[in-house]
Design a protein around this ligand. Structure first.
Ligand code: FAD
Length: 509
């Protein structure tokens, strides 16, 4: 039986493991943290639990397809609830705008703010949906890992349908006239702090999740998504090893032969599926010369100077803050410029996540608010940065107060994460929170390779931290990789003589 090692229990690793074990592979999953879930983590401060990571859950049909691959029903493992409204946008002039997936309600709001947009909203949604599906097709059928592929005929023809010569800003102005709405939609479609004038129009496809398909809440919290997958994987026979970091991949004659766990035990493996971030940013698992330099350069994460600044607030009561609220910057272009200059934005866009609004019984003490803004990456050694941090906390709370939410008197527990703390707590390199999928024109179409061209038996999950589509992309990615492995190993399987009773061989002995 083919032994597959999955490195990492994020959504992509879990979904791949489930499909592979369902198809008769012997699957072991190693996770360096104490629990699986990857980006889905919870941070606790006394009796307050905070969700760090994904808060939008869209396209449940993709998650459902993972359960279906194992002939199971997702509803037996997970309870999800459709959100009629998912985000309240607060503009600077006191105007509120509810983001929702109901076109009738959206058009009613647009009629007041932007009658031109109300008139063109249906065609806008249609175009966003078209961009989403056209680009998904390119991603799944033609993995574009080098520039040359862009000029090949079927890909070139598809790319031409993606408005390749148009910026996001130009695209949005065809359907909207209100400046605040244009900035809002550009910000949602373009998670990285690039100007909407410098990112391609097709990224508007990200708005499909926010506006066309539905957004859901997961009862019990978002970590229930990886937990439900882990439960299914265990039932199917995937072997889980948590608190186990893979520290080396063993290679012989250009073929992977095993892994090393926690710098110690070595275990045989026929096929390895690993997180690409390992390869490109913190590669300690493979000898440098085993991967081509050219590819590493292409997919090196951009050395951005952005990180996040997260404020966790445990409040003594529940507020009426929506599940997601966004307090807009008066000038998003200025915000991007200040971050680019390594400065804190003077009027930042603030995100507030308040899951207690949907499931108050899970938060009996009061709201567990997660407040996030983009921040420049400045290391902890920089003393003036520490002073900036205290000032910035006040700036954020004052801005929130100006919008009608005086949080300071309600705070019972509080913790602030700067770039360094994000790195230590969620193992994200500061300044690299956005992963590999760059939104800049130059790299937006390219994806790192998912199968090693140098080494037989080595596959990579694609790191995508895009919000709000990242989780469904990660699930799709895992299924896609598993399908590739199944096809690649079909022939090898039929000739295999492996002993199924002996899963581990210690290569060090
Ligand atoms: C702050 C933030 C907010 C987000 N918000 C949303 C949202 O609202 N909606 C949405 O859909 N998406 C969102 N995303 C994106 C989404 O979280 C990701 O796309 C998705 O979780 C990625 O899953 P993954 O399996 O590819 O990687 P990860 O979740 O990163 O999992 C990789 C796993 O591998 C483990 N690992 C790595 N190296 C080793 C090793 N050597 N040995 C053992 N284990 C190892 C890690 O510990 C980790 O558990 C967000 C992401 C971030 C960072």
């Amino acid at each position: 039986m083919t032994k597959v090692t999955v490195i990492g229990g994020g959504l992509s690793g879990l979904s791949a493991a489930i499909l592979l074990v369902s198809e008769g592979f012997e699957v072991s999953l190693y996770e360096r943290e104490k629990a699986v879930g990857g980006n889905f983590t919870t941070y606790s401060l006394d009796s307050y639990d905070f969700e760090v990571g994904p808060s939008f859950f869209a396209l449940p049909e993709i998650l459902e397809s993972v359960f279906k691959a194992a002939n199971k029903d997702m509803n037996d493992y997970l309870e999800i609830e459709l959100l009629k409204k998912h985000t309240t946008i607060h503009f600077i002039d006191g105007v509120k705008f509810e983001m929702m997936n109901c076109p009738i309600e959206m058009k009613k709001q647009l009629e007041l703010l932007d009658p031109f947009a109300a008139e063109h909203y249906d065609s806008f949604l249609k175009e966003v949906e078209r961009l989403y599906y056209e680009f998904s097709q390119i991603e799944s059928e033609f993995h574009i890992s080098n520039w040359m592929k862009l000029v090949e005929k079927p890909i070139r023809n598809l790319l031409l349908k993606l408005r390749p010569f148009e910026s996001m800003d130009q695209f949005l102005r065809k359907y909207f006239k209100n400046e605040q709405l244009i900035q809002l939609l550009a910000k949602y479609a373009n998670q990285e702090p690039h100007s909407s004038k410098t990112v391609p129009a097709f990224l508007a496809s990200q708005l499909y999740m926010m506006l066309s398909s539905n957004v859901y809440y997961t009862r019990g919290g978002n970590s229930e998504i990886p937990n439900s997958l882990r439960k299914l994987a265990l039932e199917l026979g995937v072997k889980f090893y948590t608190n186990k970091e893979i520290t080396k991949i063993h290679v012989e004659d250009q073929k992977v032969i095993g892994i090393q766990v926690n710098h110690d035990l070595s275990i045989e493996s026929d096929c390895i599926l690993m997180s690409s971030s390992q390869i490109l940013s913190e590669n300690k698992l493979l000898d440098e010369q085993l991967l081509s330099y050219e590819k590493k350069e292409t997919f090196k994460p951009e050395e951005t100077r952005y990180s996040q600044f997260i404020l966790f607030l445990g409040l003594k009561k529940h507020t009426d803050l929506s599940m997601h609220s966004v307090l807009f910057s008066s000038d998003i272009e200025l915000e991007v410029e200040q971050l680019n200059n390594g400065e804190f934005a003077t009027n930042p866009t603030i995100y507030l996540y308040n899951p207690a609004q949907v499931e108050p019984e899970r938060f009996p003490n009061g709201d567990s608010l997660v407040i996030t803004v983009l921040a420049p990456y400045v290391d902890e050694e920089n003393v003036s940065h520490r002073a900036d941090v205290i000032t910035y906390r006040s700036l954020l709370l004052n801005k929130i107060k100006a919008y009608g939410y005086d949080l300071e008197p309600l705070i019972v527990e509080e913790k602030l994460w700067t770039a360094e703390e994000i790195k230590n707590n969620v193992k994200k390199s500061p300044g690299k929170i956005f992963g590999f999928v760059s939104n800049a024109f130059a790299k937006a179409y390219l994806r790192p390779p998912v199968k090693s061209e140098e080494l037989d038996g080595l596959y990579f999950t694609l790191v995508n931290t895009n919000h709000p589509s990242g989780s469904s992309d990660a699930l799709k990615n895992g299924l896609h990789l598993a399908t590739m492995i199944i096809a690649d190993y079909q022939d090898k399987e039929s000739g295999s003589n492996d002993d199924p009773e002996e899963p581990f061989i210690d290569l060090t002995e």
